[in-house]
Design a binder for this molecule. Structure first.
Ligand SMILES: C[S@@+](CC[C@H](N)C(=O)[O-])C[C@H]1O[C@@H](n2cnc3c(N)ncnc32)[C@H](O)[C@@H]1O
Length: 412
């Protein structure tokens, strides 16, 4: 916990903190007992649902993805204007209401995470600074992993703004940084194509043995002459080599000395595509531009023939996050308590299908009404989407986990 001087203060903080422990005022129907080999869907207010789940799910969640309302002030299917009345309040009040909404939910979400668990929280310019401060406080600054910038759309041209917005963010926090395994993912097909040379150990790519860049003070043990096949001396063309002479001699079979186009000798190391018996992996980067919001909208149109919820996330984005954070073929639970149209459910089922995993999802979405015929609540859109996705995977020969549904019922 940070010293109180650096805490974010807003009117309503104390009462919103209390809300995390107040009686939920409802119960789950049917009654709930955690079953790790089943997908779970809850319809109701996530604050109540989180409180009801806490006794059984405390420290059980491995990946928590959330995509809360961003407080854009836009009129959307779900509530995204955190103001008291239609006239609107001043700018600061807008943030106060949002903070009071998110704070107790984050407190409870944090308690659901395992020691090796991780939170991914989508957010945009409206509240990113507040969310980051709150998460620093709840998770501890030392557990901050990254702020991923997602290029969500490509807009060009001349608008009436100063800078055209194209990006939003995903804040990443570990429950306990030392317990969170490093993230990795396979090389992209384009990266794999760079391994165009072959020897007995398989495909490799050539990496210059001389370090790039210039440093004022090279390390003396990394500067030495290398003997070329014609017995001439090759001096390091940059400030230093990558390895010491001892390593160079020990790993001589990974060294390649060739004449370059102008007849001079060049030294390379061979970087093999296979490593430790498997394919080489890479560490994901903090800039993500593989899909845009248009892909999310298209997925929803493909499934329903229309867009029932504004700006659903593209499932590839969420699938990639889960893929980075969980092992191949994992059965780690993944939760999303602002589930919207259920994109996280689709992402989990498709990733399981791809790598033979059995990760169960746990989704929560409101019973708030919608104007769409056939979909009385936002929760019903989510429920329908995960069921349709599951049916599609079954048709494709998969065996997805079954889905169990619950709803909150007020205590009368
Ligand atoms: C930004 S949307 C999530 C979109 C989702 N990621 C998708 O791809 O479809 C936020 C969602 O949170 C839901 N939400 C807001 N407040 C909630 C609450 N108290 N309990 C449960 N869900 C809530 C909204 O109804 C809305 O569907």
């Amino acid at each position: 916990m940070l010293p109180s001087a650096t805490r974010l203060l807003w009117p309503g903080r104390a009462s919103s903190e209390k809300e995390a422990s107040d009686n939920p005022g409802c119960f789950l129907e049917p009654s709930f007992h955690y079953e790790p080999r089943t997908h779970l869907f809850f319809e109701g207010d996530n604050l109540a649902v989180l409180k009801l789940l806490l006794p059984e799910l405390s420290e059980k969640i491995r990946v928590l993805y959330i995509d809360p309302p961003y407080n854009t002030g836009n009129r959307m299917l779900y509530h995204d204007r955190f103001r008291k009345d239609a006239q609107g309040l001043s700018g600061t009040d807008r943030h106060d209401h949002w903070l009071s909404m998110i704070y107790p939910r984050l407190l409870l979400g944090h308690r659901l995470l395992r020691r090796d668990g991780v939170l991914f929280a989508s957010i945009d310019d409206n509240e990113v600074h507040h969310l980051r401060s709150l998460l620093d406080e709840i998770f501890g600054e030392e557990n901050f992993v990254s702020m991923i910038t997602w290029r969500k759309k490509v807009v060009r041209g001349r608008g009436n703004r100063h800078i055209l917005p194209q990006t939003e963010y995903i804040l990443v926090y570990a429950r306990e940084i030392g317990a969170l395994p490093p993230f990795s993912e396979p090389l992209s097909p384009a990266m794999q194509r760079e391994y165009l040379h072959h020897d007995d150990h398989g495909p490799f790519k050539k990496i210059p043995f001389a370090k790039s860049g210039t440093r004022q003070s090279p390390r003396p043990n990394l500067v030495y002459p290398i003997e070329a096949p014609d017995k001439t001396r090759i001096e390091c063309p940059t400030h230093q080599w990558r390895w010491s002479r001892e390593t160079f001699e020990r790993r001589a079979n990974e060294i390649l000395i060739e004449r370059n186009r102008n007849g001079r000798w060049s030294v390379y190391t061979k970087q093999y595509l296979k490593q430790d018996g498997g394919m080489r992996q890479r560490t994901p980067e903090s800039y993500y531009d593989r899909v845009t919001t248009t892909d999310g909208t298209k997925e929803m149109k493909d499934l329903f023939g229309e867009v029932l919820l504004d700006f659903p996330k593209p499932s590839r984005l969420i699938r990639d996050l889960i893929k980075w954070a969980t092992p191949h073929g994992s059965s780690d639970p993944v939760m999303d308590f602002f589930a919207g149209s259920g994109t996280t459910g689709q992402a989990v089922m498709e990733l399981n299908m791809e790598d033979g995993g059995a990760r169960p999802f746990i989704l929560v979405e409101t019973a708030n009404p919608t104007p769409h015929p056939g979909f009385p609540t936002i929760g019903s859109i989510c429920r329908e989407r995960i069921n349709r996705c599951r049916d599609r995977l079954v048709k494709e020969g998969g065996t997805p986990l079954s889905i169990k549904e619950f709803r909150t019922v007020p205590v009368s």
